[in-house]
Structures are given as C-alpha cells and as structure tokens.
Design a protein around this ligand. Structure first.
Ligand SMILES: C[S@@+](CC[C@H](N)C(=O)[O-])C[C@H]1O[C@@H](n2cnc3c(N)ncnc32)[C@H](O)[C@@H]1O
Length: 252
C-alpha cells in the first residue's frame, strides 16, 4: 500500500506550521513538488526550506513536476479549472506510480489549509477510488484568512453573524446578498473597489506572513484607491500577487 499525506503548511509564515504537520513531515519518504515556473519559485523554495528546518534524523527525497498550464481569462472558467484539475490528477497518478515504491509514504505540502480553494483533497479522493491502491490522510494548516485576521487583530464574523468566503470572480458577479461579512480570495482585479459606495470596512493583506507582507485596513471608500495602487505596484515589482481581504459592516 502506498500512502499520501496532504499536509497544510500555512500561507507563507514558516512558524505557522503545526506540531501535527511536523510529525507528518517525519513520516514522508518522498515529497512531490509542483513547479509553477521561475516567478513562483519562492513558493517551492519555502516548501524545501520547511523540510530542511523541521525534519531531523530521517532521509527523504523530492520529486518535482511542472505544474500544468492554464488560463483564468478564457470564456469558460469552470471548464478551465476542471481541465487543470484533470491534468494535475494525471501528474499525481504518474508520480505515485513511477516515483514511489510499495509501502512508501508520499507528501504533498499544501499552501494554507487543504480544505480551502485547493483541489488536492478532491484529486486524492478520485485517485484513491481508482486502481492505484493508495490511502491518504489530511493535515490542516493555517489558512491565509486566519493569517489575515490575526495580522489585522480582527474577527472573521461579527457577533452571531455569518461570513461568506468567496472569490473575486463571484464578487464581480454580485455582492453576496445574505452575508454579513465577506472574505474574498483569488481576486486578480481587486473587485471590492466596485463596491466603494457601500458602508463597509476592509481588511486587506498581500503576501501575508512573508517578508513582503503588506497590510491596509480602513473604510472601503477611503482606502480602496490606495489598495488598488499598492497591489498594482507590488504585482509589477514581484511579477505576481497573492492577496485576500475581508469586508465587514461597521459595528454601530
Ligand atoms: C488557490 S488559493 C489557496 C488558499 C489556501 N489553501 C489557504 O488556505 O489560504 C490562493 C489564494 O489564497 C490567498 N492567499 C494565499 N496565501 C496568501 C498570503 N500569504 N497572503 C494573502 N493571500 C493569500 C489569495 O487570495 C490567493 O489568491
């Protein structure tokens, strides 16, 4: 039997790794890394660094594969994501077949928490139901939203109210009608700017937990332009941006 551990590693701060995740790292013989090209090699480097820093008294190896290409901007986003996940599934299937010995344990280091906007659990579920004969386990990580709220010293929800976690794409389609707080991820455009006429507070963060972290908070109407400008400049300088934000009604 081959076994795969999906290990949440936090969203950028190496200190966010849990004791449970460190114990899981010590069970892994081979770590699978998906390489997203030179611009994002820091994300692969962080995974290697976590292994060097936290694993002791055990040998392990890395196997790297190129992450599949895909485009967010095509006409059918859902089909593009499905295609991406099928390609990723094919890559993991090959890696498990060809790069693991029977009885070995493989590790996939998942950015943030594996349950939040990450396809690895779905992929492993499908692979485990197929002919590979694998089992898998999931270890939670500190998500980017937990890191965001901690850095801003705020809560996701207001007292006894709801919070909706959504994407920039969905926020662009409509402001969630029933949500009290709205947490937004995967927003390449900073869609919140379109809602600047609403009485909302925003807690925004980019590269949270890393040396490049940027945080801005305030009334949306007052800080939206500044956030837009700062994120555009950061994206230009670094080549990519990873940001999230929380929109809250003001407490009266
Ligand atoms: C594919 S999702 C992965 C989320 C991850 N599983 C988690 O638990 O945070 C990527 C999105 O997470 C958010 N994100 C991840 N890391 C972040 C960070 N260090 N700072 C701000 N946002 C981050 C961004 O919204 C980004 O577009």
């Amino acid at each position: 039997m081959k076994r795969i551990l999906l290990i949440g590693i936090g969203a950028g701060d190496p200190d966010h790794i849990t004791v449970q995740a460190i114990k899981a790292l010590h069970r892994v013989d081979v770590f699978f890394l998906l390489d997203k090209g030179p611009a994002k090699e820091g994300l692969v480097d962080l995974r290697r660094m976590l292994c060097e820093r936290f694993i002791s008294g055990r040998s392990y190896r890395f196997v790297t594969a190129d992450s599949p290409e895909w485009s967010r901007s095509g006409p059918d986003y859902g089909a593009a994501v499905d295609g991406l996940n099928q390609d990723k599934q094919a890559i993991f299937e090959r890696l498990i077949r060809e790069e693991m010995l029977e009885g070995e344990t493989g590790g996939v280091l998942i950015w943030g928490d594996p349950s939040l906007y990450d396809s690895s659990i779905r992929i492993m579920e499908r692979l485990a139901a197929g002919t590979l004969g694998i089992e898998y386990e999931v270890f939670p990580g500190i998500s980017s939203l937990q890191a965001l709220t901690a850095r801003h010293k705020t809560t996701l929800n207001r007292i006894a109210k709801s919070v909706e976690i959504t994407t920039g794409r969905r926020l662009a389609a409509a402001y969630p009608p029933d949500a009290d707080s709205v947490a937004v991820m995967l927003d390449s455009e900073f869609v919140a700017k379109r809602y600047a006429d609403r009485d909302l507070e925003i807690y925004w963060g980019a590269y949270i937990g890393t040396a490049d972290e940027i945080l801005i908070a305030g009334k949306l109407a007052e800080v939206a332009d500044r956030i837009d400008a700062v994120r555009q400049q950061a994206r230009q300088e670094k080549g990519w941006i990873m940001d999230s934000y929380l929109l809250k009604q003001p407490d009266k």
